[in-house]
Design a protein around this ligand. Structure first.
Ligand code: CTP
Length: 406
């Protein structure tokens, strides 16, 4: 692909220790066919030098507005961009962007860009929580920028808290989604709170064993990621997944069906929509052995007695914690997929049911998926084989329509 055909991304880097993680984001963007122009601030260059950005991007790197003035870079770079992503975005850069200050190339670029703009903040918890930063973030979001929530974890030095730069791979996914949705991304979930459950529950038998399932959590994570890109506040209730936290989602980790129920019902209290993508175990062992169950020579093993777990989807559908809340279920079927799906939709009482056919090597853990989305109103939409994000966007399209109609 010729450089001119590639989507143009401006990677703004501001002066925080997380600047080194932007190298990984840059690498992912260039390797996936984007023409990336890195625009660091003067402070960013104290953390990672110009040769690194130039070598990794294959493009010239400038910080001020006084170099190559004949090319009018302070206007052109922003105008020609398909996406601007600032990672890390410091408290100072957020403040300058919110006020419309233009004292370096990056802030000039932010003023001239008419494409989607993403900020991935990274700073100490106190700075992130300061009312000045909170107001600047609210201002930027109101104007249509995507400001991803910082992650919680180890900060510079020994302290931990909210303020870490999200995983570069996850920032990359946010960028990819925004680019795929075009220059005017639908922020049609802005102001909405959505809850997504993902993964598979594990029901312990003894301290070392559990009854579980093969769900990877990928579909739920794709739902969370796409909802963030569409502007929603997202609570992701994750059961036994090993995927990086989607940038911008609040992640609550759980183990068993009972824990998942508690977390989902709590988050659902003020949610506009709940999507139950998790594979929740229908049964759990009736007895939990405090010590490891031992094999006893010459004797048959004890049968494992099971009891029913609560059905979270049916419970939510029957007693919506918030009026007008949209509830979506998933069904994994091996035979008679559509007939079983219709019956399950009626039995569970949800608004939408995403039905996919599963088998030994289908759907579980795969990057791609195909499904039929059944509506309680009798509608039926087939989603062809494709990325799990495409199915996720189809689900959100339908949820948005229902929320706007209600
Ligand atoms: N689900 C739930 N709580 C359970 C079991 C399932 O909330 N205890 C939700 C899942 O998250 C999913 C949907 O219900 O959204 C479908 O689950 P599935 O196990 O396929 O349906 P079942 O009613 O258990 O039907 P089956 O007889 O096929 O197992």
């Amino acid at each position: 692909m010729d450089r001119s055909d590639k989507p143009r991304v401006v990677l703004g880097v501001s002066g925080g220790i997380a600047a080194y993680k932007a190298c990984e984001l840059l690498r992912r963007l260039t390797e996936s066919g984007h023409d990336v122009r890195v625009v660091p601030t003067g402070s960013a260059l104290r953390f990672v030098g110009e040769p690194t950005w130039a070598a990794l991007s294959g493009n010239p790197v400038t910080t001020g507005v006084w170099e190559n003035v004949h090319e009018v870079p302070h206007v052109r770079i922003g105008q020609e961009a398909d996406l601007v992503v600032v990672a890390p975005a410091t408290a100072d850069t957020l403040a300058r962007a919110a006020r419309g200050i233009a004292d370096d190339l990056l802030t000039n670029t932010l003023l001239t860009a008419r494409c989607p703009v993403v900020f991935a903040p990274a700073m100490h918890t106190e700075m992130w929580e300061h009312p000045a930063t909170a107001e600047n973030v609210a201002t930027l979001r109101r104007r249509g920028a995507v400001v991803v929530e910082p992650a919680v974890g180890r900060l510079t030095g020994k302290d931990t808290g909210k303020g870490r730069l999200p995983d570069p791979g996850e920032i990359f996914e946010v960028c990819r989604r925004l680019l795929a949705r075009g220059a005017a991304p639908g922020r049609d979930l802005a102001g909405r709170h959505v809850v997504v459950s993902a993964g598979g529950t594990r029901e312990p038998l003894d301290p070392v064993r559990f009854l579980g399932n093969r769900s990877s959590g990928r579909q739920g994570y794709a739902l969370a990621r796409t909802a963030v890109a569409r502007g929603a506040r997202v609570t992701l209730v994750a059961a036994n997944t090993s995927l990086p936290d989607p940038a911008g989602a609040d992640v609550v980790t759980v183990g068993t069906a009972v824990q998942l129920r508690e977390a989902v019902l709590k988050a659902a209290k003020d949610a506009d929509a709940v999507v139950m993508a998790a594979a929740v175990a229908d049964f759990r062992p009736a007895h939990y052995a405090q010590g490891k169950i031992k094999k006893r020579e010459g004797r048959q093993p004890e049968p494992v007695a099971l009891v029913r777990n609560p059905d979270v989807l049916a419970e939510l559908s029957a007693a919506r914690p918030r009026p007008g809340q949209v509830v979506v279920g998933f069904a994994a079927e091996t035979d008679d997929v559509l007939a079983n799906g219709r019956a399950k939709l009626a039995r569970k009482g949800c608004d939408l049911l995403v039905v996919n056919e599963v088998g030994e090597d289908r759907t579980f853990g795969a990057e791609e998926n195909e499904a039929v989305v059944l509506g309680a109103d009798g509608s039926e939409a087939s989603v062809p084989h494709g990325p799990k994000e495409a199915l996720a966007d189809t689900v959100w399209d339908k949820v948005v329509r229902m929320l706007n109609a209600g």
